[in-house]
Design a protein around this ligand. Structure first.
Ligand SMILES: [Zn+2]
Length: 287
């Protein structure tokens, strides 16, 4: 009887773990060539930037800890050089979960000051970057300069873009995504208006030939980014007008202000949904 009484509790604790483990087991890594020696690895979580050459392997983000072996195996399909540097584009666990594993391999992990402080404040299980910077940092490896720089608070308050100046490639972290509406994590310092400003900055540092690797989704060009920026500006102006008329957030979310964009961008889950985007816009402009 004792065993039977304990079982529901045990199952409740164990089953979610098993479900997650199976999810990770079924994940397959695919390496997508972007330009020159730059690729990205898609698996589960944020797109991992991969830059290889004689000086070693440079990574952008590292998905979840149980995926580290698969990520390393994917890297090894294009390079047998040592894994040396890793940038965290921001603090979310689907971009930083592998930090501890890669750190143990001797990889030097970098991130903005706020990535480290937000992760520490949130008591995250993911290990924060060991090396931080306030504005920007440059790597001079594999024959080109990689410029990593803070952008306006957008998805979080620790977002950076990683620009490969020779190959004309930018990895944007989750500031720019092609899968859903922009997601603004206001609880970690994200901002709707900052997201527009960060899209403006991305357009400013890009040209017609720049290949733009989003945090989630597929490689884009400047026209794709302009289209997202323009959509965000339309939504900004509509929400601002509604706020001026005294409309509540719930009314704004029910008013169809994003209707013509929803088929392309709306997400079924909270992250990337129109309601979430409108909530972030309201938060920025209602006060
Ligand atoms: Zn994120």
């Amino acid at each position: 009887m004792k065993i039977f009484r304990l079982m529901p509790v045990c199952l409740a604790l164990i089953l979610p773990t098993i479900a997650i483990a199976q999810d990770f087991d079924s994940v397959e890594m695919t390496v997508h060539r972007v330009s020159g020696n730059i690729s990205y690895i898609a698996g589960m979580g944020g797109n991992i930037g991969l830059f290889v050459g004689d000086d070693g392997v440079f990574l952008i983000d590292d998905q979840y800890a149980p995926l580290t072996d698969k990520i390393v195996a994917a890297v090894r399909t294009v390079s047998d050089q040592p894994l040396r540097f890793l940038i965290n584009t921001h603090m979310h666990p689907d971009h930083t979960g592998g930090n501890e594993n890669f750190g143990k391999m001797g990889v030097a992990i970098f991130g903005h000051d706020n990535v480290r402080s937000q992760m520490a404040a949130a008591s995250k299980v993911e290990q924060p970057p060991l090396i931080t910077f306030s504005k920007d940092i440059s790597f001079h490896i594999n024959g080109e300069t990689v410029h990593v720089f803070k952008v306006p608070n957008a998805h979080t308050n620790g977002d950076v873009f990683v620009q490969f100046e020779g190959s004309n490639v930018v990895h944007t972290g989750d500031v720019y995504r092609t899968t859903t509406y922009a997601y603004i994590d206001a609880s970690n310092g994200g901002s709707f208006l900052g997201t527009i400003a960060a899209h403006d900055l991305l357009i400013e540092v890009s040209d017609e030939n720049t290949k733009i690797v989003p945090g989630h989704g597929v490689v884009s060009d400047i026209a794709d980014v302009r289209a997202v920026r323009d959509m965000l500006v339309v939504i900004r102006d509509r929400v601002a007008a509604a706020i001026r008329e005294g409309t509540s957030l719930a009314e704004i979310q029910a008013a169809g202000l994003t209707t013509e964009y929803d088929a392309r961008w709306n997400s079924d889950s909270r992250i990337g949904s129109a309601d979430s985007l409108l909530g972030a816009a309201y938060l920025d402009m209602a006060n």
